[in-house]
Write a new protein. Structure first.
Length: 220
């Protein structure tokens, strides 16, 4: 995956790759509904026929952009969870270590070339349509199931549905923090001089927050 560093994409990249990079950038900034094929073709320096040739439709282009962006993230997240579990074997991993397996891959992939992917995920979470909801379910169900399986063993007092709910809340908090959409820490009075933290500080803060949320007493 390559990062867009100029307004127009280099013609040295083949047409299909230019379309993919431009589409990821346009959809990340404008969303799936407002991001147009015209915006994409102008950035990629191709005509509409090229989009139709490689992807057949805007929906198929959206699917291709998601598949290209999500698979590396999912692979790293699954590996982090597997490492967490294997290192604790034969015992169960600790809750903070599982929280870190959830947090760290997203933090480390939240800048540079993957920032657009994080924005795509936020659009899919907050403004989902039938297509994007289906794509997210298809891609993320295996990793979600594995995280909830491990968390359910660590939190046996909670129903699986409650564990899944808390896990989903944790994912939302992480994603919101990483895409930096009007962060409250810079909006709240008295926090104006908050320094931008590095990745390790973000990981530590999010792990503490996520661990506390997952382990909170049951309201029932």
């Amino acid at each position: 995956m390559q990062e867009i560093t100029t307004e127009k994409l280099s013609l040295e990249i083949d047409a299909r790759e230019r379309i993919m990079l431009a589409a990821r950038h346009v959809f990340a900034r404008s969303g799936f509904e407002l991001g147009t094929v015209r915006d994409i073709t102008e950035m990629a320096q191709v005509n509409t026929a090229a989009v139709n040739y490689y992807f057949r439709s805007k929906d198929e282009l959206i699917r291709a952009v998601f598949d290209d962006g999500l698979k590396p993230i999912i692979r790293v997240r699954l590996q982090a969870l597997e490492n967490c579990v294997s290192q604790a074997s034969p015992d169960l991993p600790t809750l903070p270590s599982v929280a870190e397996a959830l947090v760290r891959p997203l933090v480390e992939l939240s800048s540079g070339e993957y920032r657009d992917v994080m924005l795509l995920l936020m659009h899919a979470r907050t403004r989902a349509n039938d297509l994007t909801a289906k794509i997210v379910v298809e891609n993320f169900t295996p990793v979600h199931e594995k995280f909830v399986d491990v968390l359910s063993k660590l939190l046996p007092e909670l129903a699986r549905s409650e564990v899944a709910f808390r896990y989903d809340c944790a994912r939302g908090a992480i994603l919101q923090t990483l895409v930096d959409l009007a962060p409250a820490v810079r909006l709240v009075a008295g926090a104006a001089h908050f320094a931008t933290p590095n990745d390790e500080v973000i990981v530590a803060r999010l792990v503490r927050f996520v661990t506390a949320g997952l382990a909170a007493p049951s309201a029932g």
